[in-house]
Design a protein around this ligand. Structure first.
Ligand SMILES: *Cc1c(COP(=O)(O)O)cnc(C)c1O
Length: 413
């Protein structure tokens, strides 16, 4: 037992994914080296076609990163000063920063306590005459309530950009994340479901117009003649090496996702029998516009320190396995660190409280659910290649943390 405890449980170990594919990856790399073309060539084109087939969408364009994919999508819609784009307040920074970088104003909306996703009812309440679009995020690998957002999109004539950075391969019914809205944006940062060996991203769309505009914006807004620029674009190109690597990964992505799902099931079973956890009892309130109701649920005491993530709609790909820790989150995290178990916090500061967004004038208390979640969330290792005994150790260590604490409180220790 002592010896076992001394090995580290990493939050992610990319090398474990490599072993199976090493040969195909080396072949892909030498193919690129020998081709003599290193940017936006045949590898990128063929990767784009394979992803378009995988997602079942008309156009896919490989770009430099997920953040740039979002920026490009907003540029393609021509957002400008004074325009508002609604996005979740509880997400990775790039969702909202892309709006500000494109020159528009990010308007935040709160998320659902049951599924962590941007809630359509909260978005509805923040639509103004300046609202041009919405950016739902498929957070942690599960789809947002796209039915709800499609209804708003159609009624209000807004654009719908899906931040699918964490949800490659997720779906609702037979439709994949990134194909519901006007544009889907993906990241292939090495922590994502489809992981590059550096920076890369992708834009998907079924619109010919948007696709050709993004294609031009990707190369400094030049579409027809070389060195003639119709729009102010940027350098958002994808490297051939990344595309070649990603093509190998894409062939295995469903089995990598299946491993994540299997790991999540393993955690759920182990946690439920440990006695410290229940499945998150907060209901999905995506369709209910009632802040009071939301906070009512948040205040309820359930007597368990750990809430497990809910699968609310479609296929949850578990890009992250995020539990809610109702008691002593930060002390638990320190304890896990002492026991050499790595965890992460996604996200410790909701976006309305980020210093760089202070100009938007939000205050603490504006988004009660996101603020509460930021104090409770803890992401556990879930990556493909994680071993069952490692997950057992994670659950057992968390159980021990609360068992010891209980004893101390009762004066036994
Ligand atoms: C990772 C991520 C991005 C940004 O992608 P990069 O490739 O790192 O630029 C954007 N949005 C979300 C929700 C992400 O998780």
């Amino acid at each position: 037992m002592e010896e076992k405890n001394s090995c580290e449980v990493p939050f992610m170990d990319l090398r474990r994914m490599l072993s199976l594919e090493k040969k195909s990856i080396e072949q892909a790399f030498s193919r690129v080296l020998e081709s003599g073309r290193y940017i936006l060539g045949q590898e990128v084109r063929s990767f784009e076609q394979s992803v378009a087939r995988y997602l079942n969408v008309r156009h896919c364009l490989g770009v430099s990163s997920g953040s740039d994919a979002l920026l490009l999508a907003l540029m393609a819609f021509g957002v400008k000063a004074g325009d508002e784009v609604i996005c979740p307040v509880f997400t990775f920074f790039a969702t909202a920063s892309s709006v500000a970088r494109a020159g528009a104003k990010p308007v935040f909306a709160d998320v659902c306590p049951g599924c962590f996703q941007l809630s359509p009812s909260e978005v509805q309440a923040r639509i103004s005459s300046n609202t041009q679009g919405i950016i739902p995020v498929h957070l942690f690998g599960q789809c947002a309530d796209m039915e709800g957002f499609k209804a708003i999109e159609e009624k209000k004539h807004l654009f719908l950009i899906e931040d699918s950075a964490q949800a490659f391969g997720a779906s609702i019914g037979n439709k994949k994340a990134g194909t519901f809205g006007s544009v889907g944006c993906f990241s292939f940062f090495p922590t994502k479901n489809l992981a590059a060996f550096g920076e890369a991203g992708l834009v998907s769309t079924s619109s010919d117009d948007i696709a050709s505009k993004i294609q031009a914006l990707r190369v400094h807004g030049s579409s027809k003649e070389k060195y003639s620029h119709e729009w102010l674009g940027g350098n958002f190109r994808m490297d051939e090496m990344q595309a070649a690597f990603l093509s190998v990964r894409l062939a295995a992505v469903d089995s990598l996702i299946a491993q994540r799902i299997k790991n999540a099931q393993f955690y759920e079973k182990a946690f439920l029998s440990s006695g410290v956890a229940i499945k998150c009892p907060d209901p999905c309130l995506c369709q209910t516009r009632q802040q009071e109701e939301n906070s009512r649920w948040l205040e309820k005491e359930w007597g368990y320190p750990i809430f497990l993530p809910n699968r609310v709609r479609g296929t949850h790909t578990f890009n992250q396995y995020v539990i809610r820790v109702k008691k002593d989150r930060d002390r638990l995290r320190n304890y896990l660190r002492e026991q050499r178990i790595q965890t992460e916090i996604y996200y410790p500061i909701p976006l309305h409280l980020q210093p760089c967004f202070s100009f938007l004038g939000y205050r603490k208390g504006d988004f009660p659910i996101a603020e509460k979640l930021s104090e409770e969330v803890l992401a556990l290792p879930i990556f493909p290649g994680l071993r069952e005994e490692e997950m057992e150790r994670v659950v057992e260590t968390i159980r021990q943390f609360y068992a010891h604490k209980g004893k101390r409180k009762n004066g036994v220790n």
